[in-house]
Design a binder for this molecule. Structure first.
Ligand code: SAM
Ligand code: DTB
Ligand code: SF4
Length: 364
C-alpha cells in the first residue's frame, strides 16, 4: 500500500491537477484500487434539521439570513421527525445520515441536547450518524462522540486566501480549530469544499494542501460544485465544467488516498457519463435523496439505476470503523458547560456580499 503523505506542496498538487487527463485518470484510478474496492460507493442522506436564518455571510449559501433567497426556513426538527426520515433513508439504501443545521456554531442548551438525542436515536438504527452544525468546542465534540456520532462535517471550502473573498464573519483558523476539537474524540472528520466560486486553480490546490497536510487526513472529503442560488452573492457564477470536477476528484484521490471522496452538491447538472468518470477517478461516495439541504439532488431511484448500470454497490455501514457505543444522557461524563464560545469575527468587507445584502434589504 502506498504511503500517505502529509507534506504535499501547492506546486506538486498543481502539477497533478494539470496533468494530461488520461494520465491523471490512470494515476488516480490506480491509487483508488490500491486503497478501496472500486465497485463500492458509500451513500449518505442529508437532512436539514434547522433550515435558514443563519447569521453568517457565506457567499454561496442560500441559508444566510442576510440574503434574499426563496428557501423555507424551519426551526429545529423533533427527534421523532428525524427518526422517521432516517428510517426512510435506511430503507432506500443509505448507510449514513448527515444532519445539517444553519448555525454559526453550537451553543450549549436545550437545542444541542435535542441534537444529541437525534444522534443517539440514529446510531441505534445502526446507521452512521454525521452532523454539520458549525464550529464546536472540545467539550461539545466529546458530548457528540458520547452520543454515538460517527462523523463531523466541517468544510474548509477553499484555500485560506480565497476563503476571505467568500466569508467575512469567521476565520479559516476557526475551521481548523473545530477540526482539531473533533480529532480529540473518536469521531471521524469529514472536510472538503466547493469549486466554482470564482476561485483560481491555485486555490483548489491550496485547499487540498490544507486538507492533505492534516494528520490524520480527513476520513471523508466532500467535493461540492457550487449550486448558484438566486439572491446569494455567487448567483451569477458559471456552472462548473465536468472536466474541472473530474480533475478535482482525481487530484483529491491522489493526495488523500485513504479518504472517501464524496460527489456532493452539483450532481443534478452532471450526466451519468460525467459521474462515471468521477467514480473512475476515485469518487466513492454520494449524497442521495431528492434534496441536499435546501436545493435539489437527483432522485434516489435514478441513482440506483445508475448504480445498476455501472455495477456499483452501496457500502454497508461501519465497514471502515466500528460502530460507536451510545451513552445515554443520564450516564454522560461530559456536562453542559453553558459555553458561549467567542469564535473569531474578522468582519472585513466583501463587496459582492454587501451588494447582495443591500439588494435583500431593498426587497424586504
Ligand atoms: N452551518 C454549518 C457550516 O457552515 O459549517 C453547516 C451547514 S453548511 C450548509 C455545510 C456546507 O454546505 C458548507 O460548508 C458548504 O461547503 C456547503 N454548501 C452550502 N451551500 C452550498 C452551495 N450553494 N453550493 C455548494 N455547496 C454548498
Ligand atoms: C457538504 O460538503 N455538502 C453538503 C453537506 N456537506 C452538508 C451540503 C450541500 C448544500 C448545497 C446547498 C443546499 O442544498 O442548501
Ligand atoms: Fe450558515 Fe453554514 Fe450557510 Fe454559512 S454555510 S451561511 S454557516 S448555514
Amino acid at each position: 500500500m502506498s504511503e500517505v503523505r502529509h507534506n504535499w506542496t501547492k506546486e506538486e498538487i498543481l502539477d497533478i491537477y494539470n496533468k494530461p487527463l488520461m494520465e491523471l485518470l490512470y494515476e488516480a484510478a490506480t491509487i483508488h484500487r490500491k486503497h478501496h474496492d472500486p465497485n463500492t460507493v458509500q451513500v449518505s442522506t442529508l437532512l436539514s434539521i434547522k433550515t435558514g436564518g443563519c447569521p453568517e455571510d457565506c457567499g454561496y449559501c442560500p441559508q444566510a439570513a442576510r440574503y434574499h433567497t426563496d428557501i423555507e426556513g424551519n426551526d429545529l426538527m423533533s427527534v421523532q421527525q428525524v427518526k422517521a426520515q432516517a428510517l426512510r433513508a435506511k430503507s432506500s439504501g443509505s448507510s449514513r445520515v448527515c444532519m445539517g443545521a444553519a448555525w454559526r456554531n453550537v451553543k450549549d442548551g436545550p437545542e444541542f441536547d435535542q441534537v444529541l438525542e437525534m444522534v443517539r436515536t440514529i446510531n441505534k438504527l445502526d446507521m452512521e450518524v454525521c452532523c454539520t452544525l458549525g464550529m464546536v468546542t472540545e467539550n461539545q465534540a466529546k458530548r457528540l462522540a458520547e452520543a454515538g456520532l460517527y462523523a463531523y462535517n466541517h468544510n474548509l471550502d477553499s484555500s485560506e486566501e480565497y476563503y476571505k473573498e467568500v466569508i467575512s464573519t469567521r476565520g479559516f483558523e476557526d475551521r481548523l480549530e473545530t477540526i482539531d476539537n473533533v480529532r480529540k474524540t473518536n469521531v471521524t472528520v469529514c472536510s472538503g469544499g466547493i469549486i466554482g466560486m470564482g476561485e483560481k486553480v491555485e486555490d483548489r490546490a491550496g485547499m487540498l494542501v490544507a486538507l492533505s497536510t492534516l494528520n490524520p487526513q480527513p476520513e471523508s472529503v466532500p467535493i461540492n460544485a457550487l449550486v448558484a442560488v438566486e439572491g446569494t452573492p455567487l448567483e451569477d457564477q458559471e456552472p462548473v465544467s465536468i472536466w474541472d470536477m473530474v480533475r478535482m476528484v482525481a487530484t483529491t484521490r491522489i493526495v488523500i488516498p485513504e479518504t472517501q471522496v464524496r460527489l456532493s452538491a452539483g450532481r443534478t447538472q452532471m450526466t451519468r457519463e460525467g459521474q462515471a468518470m468521477c467514480f473512475f477517478a476515485g469518487a466513492n461516495s454520494i449524497f442521495a435523496g431528492d434534496k441536499l439541504l435546501t436545493t435539489p439532488n437527483p432522485d434516489v431511484n435514478e441513482d440506483m439505476e445508475m448504480f445498476k448500470l455501472l455495477g456499483l454497490n452501496p457500502q454497508k455501514p461501519f465497514i471502515k470503523k466500528m460502530q460507536p457505543q451510545t451513552v445515554e444522557a443520564e450516564d454522560s461524563k461530559y456536562q453542559d458547560l453553558g459555553e458561549k464560545p467567542k469564535w473569531t469575527r474578522p468582519d472585513h468587507k466583501i463587496d459582492r456580499n454587501e451588494e447582495a445584502k443591500q439588494k435583500a434589504k431593498a426587497l424586504k
